[in-house]
Design a protein around this ligand. Structure first.
Ligand code: S3P
Length: 197
């Protein structure tokens, strides 16, 4: 049995079962603050469904040729947000896709409208208290492979962003899963469970 947690995922068992895809859903978009598990849960969820997984930040980096921290440093956050909207708009047409958003994506009205107006799109909010999220981000930052999170450079501002964003996460989500006590596999099951109703 896997003991994976959202903080330190171990290699999960691969189990592809395409019959468990929720009816009427062509794409699942995971939203939530940094550290909510969007990437970890999303990758395993896609594997379970036999769907493609994309992380919006990695997609922005692939298109731009720079890392997210580099884009923030060299071109500013506003430019990063424009790249984020362009990447989101171009990916939402794909079917059988699990897409992990960046934590700030729902702050932009244009992104919220894109999500709302794309049919057959389930938006799942992975929630947790701020202290839990920050703890996970701190643990992840110790990994030399992890991409830095420029928004965490100012912790007081990051907490203010968390509170400002929460209503947006809640409003755009068709479903939500509280992840603070869930290991990765359990979070995937909870997402599938809530999508099946
Ligand atoms: C951001 C979250 C990051 C990334 C960028 C900005 C934010 O994504 O998009 O560093 O504003 O919260 P994750 O939520 O995947 O860490």
């Amino acid at each position: 049995m896997s003991t994976a947690t959202l903080e330190m995922p171990s290699k999960p068992t691969t189990r592809i079962d395409q019959t468990i895809a929720p009816a009427g859903v062509d794409r699942i978009v995971l939203t939530g603050f940094m550290g909510s598990g969007k990437t970890t849960v999303g990758a395993l969820l896609a594997e379970r469904l036999g769907w493609k997984f994309l992380d919006l930040d990695r997609e922005i980096e692939r298109r731009d040729g720079r890392s997210v921290p580099q884009i923030f440093r060299e071109s500013g956050e506003a430019h990063f947000r424009r790249l984020e909207t362009a990447a989101l708009a171009s990916l939402l047409g794909q079917r059988r896709l699990v897409l992990a958003l960046g934590g700030g994506a729902p702050e932009e009205l244009g992104n919220r409208l894109l999500l709302e107006q794309t049919p057959h799109t389930a938006v799942v909010y992975l929630s947790a208290p701020y202290a839990t999220l920050l703890g996970r981000c701190t643990a992840q930052a110790a990994d030399p492979e992890a991409t830095a999170r420029p928004v965490l450079a100012d912790l007081a501002a990051a907490e203010a962003r968390f509170h400002a964003r929460r209503p947006h996460y809640e409003r755009i989500a068709s479903h939500s899963v509280e992840t603070s006590r869930l290991e990765v596999e359990a979070a995937v099951e909870a997402v599938l469970g809530t999508l099946r109703g």
